[in-house]
Design a protein around this ligand. Structure first.
Ligand code: FE2
Length: 350
């Protein structure tokens, strides 16, 4: 499917976003439950740019650190560390595994990376092939600066969600602005993620989009009551019960802690059941629980992030957001903080 459109999207990814150069090596990782057409098309795009692709396909592990035991760890670490660039298409994540931590531990000597977990041709074409990435870059950089400058934030949603927290000054943001420069770790374009000051997070998070892993699209909203960054109550229907049982099974207190939040700003993203696209639906916020990636808490010395047995993300749709009392999102529509940012959003068709 999409055999005419896919090469263009893959070329745009490697040429315009990775700026892949002739002679550079790029690792393309995948697993046995992922789309292979996209892997082949990406390798072909690399060759057409004069670069050297290396495709690494593994049996699908459990996600995150729980999957360590299933991976050819030393072989993967060696191969990935030796490449100039790495695009991860794995559905069962290498991201957040020990392999990932080891590959990324030295910012001066690591492949530049884009996370594309579970991406398939239609998703890549819709969200990269058909997006003005220069304009999106401008919008995302401006919104990141505005958020970094805020101390106190509040996020609400029509489903009753209402949560407040403080940002940690100086903490790095994971900004998926569409471009991957030397040494950078980037998520799929259309997202701004960060870790607030954990102990200041209080209120309710109501997930009404996707909760993954392990659930996918929720059948009814799942409400988390958060006290000082910890989940103290999970309410809702069967999905809530199933998710709480899943968290408890890890027997790891970190699984009951908020790990990050993120804005979704993918102009063409739609709720499709794929977490990588769902978490970019324009005007959503996504909340992560469990393991905290090192790039989100680089200010905490001595450790690679905050280790947790696994990691899950929940999507809350149509959010309203305030930065120090100034509203920037109204039920998913950009309304501030400056007329320039609002205009950029309108130019992106939002
Ligand atoms: Fe996450």
């Amino acid at each position: 499917m999409y055999e005419y459109e896919l090469p263009n999207a893959c070329l745009k990814l490697l040429r315009d976003m990775f700026k892949l150069q002739p002679g550079e090596t790029i690792a393309i990782t995948t697993d046995t439950v992922s789309n292979q057409e996209i892997v082949e098309a990406t390798a072909a795009a690399a060759v057409s740019l004069g670069a050297i692709p290396l495709v690494l396909k593994i049996a699908a592990p459990a996600g995150g650190k729980a999957g360590d035991k299933d991976m050819p760890m030393e072989a993967l670490i060696g191969a990935l560390k030796g490449c100039d660039a790495w695009v991860e298409y794995n559905t069962k994540l290498i991201f957040y595994s020990t392999v990932y931590d080891k590959v990324m531990e030295d910012p001066e000597n690591r492949p530049r990376y884009m996370n594309q977990n579970g991406v398939h041709p239609e998703l890549l074409i819709r969200n990269i092939g058909k997006v003005d990435n220069i304009l999106l870059n401008k919008f995302i950089m401006a919104m990141t600066e505005a958020t970094k400058n805020a101390t106190h934030m509040r996020v609400t949603a029509p489903n009753g969600m209402d949560i407040e927290f403080d940002n940690e000054p100086g903490r790095e943001y994971l900004v998926a602005d569409g471009f991957v420069r030397k040494g950078e770790i980037k998520m799929f374009p259309g997202q701004i993620a960060w870790a607030p000051r954990f102990e200041t997070i209080n209120g309710t998070i109501t997930v009404d989009g996707t909760l993954s892993p392990p659930l996918g699209a929720v059948k009814s909203p799942v409400t988390f009551t958060i006290k000082n960054g910890d989940i103290v109550k999970i309410e809702g229907g069967l999905d809530a019960m199933e998710f709480e049982a899943w968290l408890k099974a890890f027997n790891d207190p970190q699984m009951f802690k908020v790990a990050h939040l993120a804005y979704g700003f993918g102009p063409n993203a739609k709720l499709s059941g794929d977490i990588v696209e769902d978490e970019r639906v324009w005007g959503c916020t996504e909340w992560g629980f469990g393991n905290v990636g090192g790039c989100l808490v680089s200010d905490i010395p001595g450790e690679v992030g905050i280790p947790g047995a696994s990691h899950s993300d929940g999507i809350c749709l149509n959010c309203s957001v305030w930065l120090d009392g100034v509203q920037i999102l109204d039920k998913g529509v950009v309304v501030g903080p400056t007329p320039e940012i609002v205009q950029l959003a309108r130019k992106l068709g939002k």
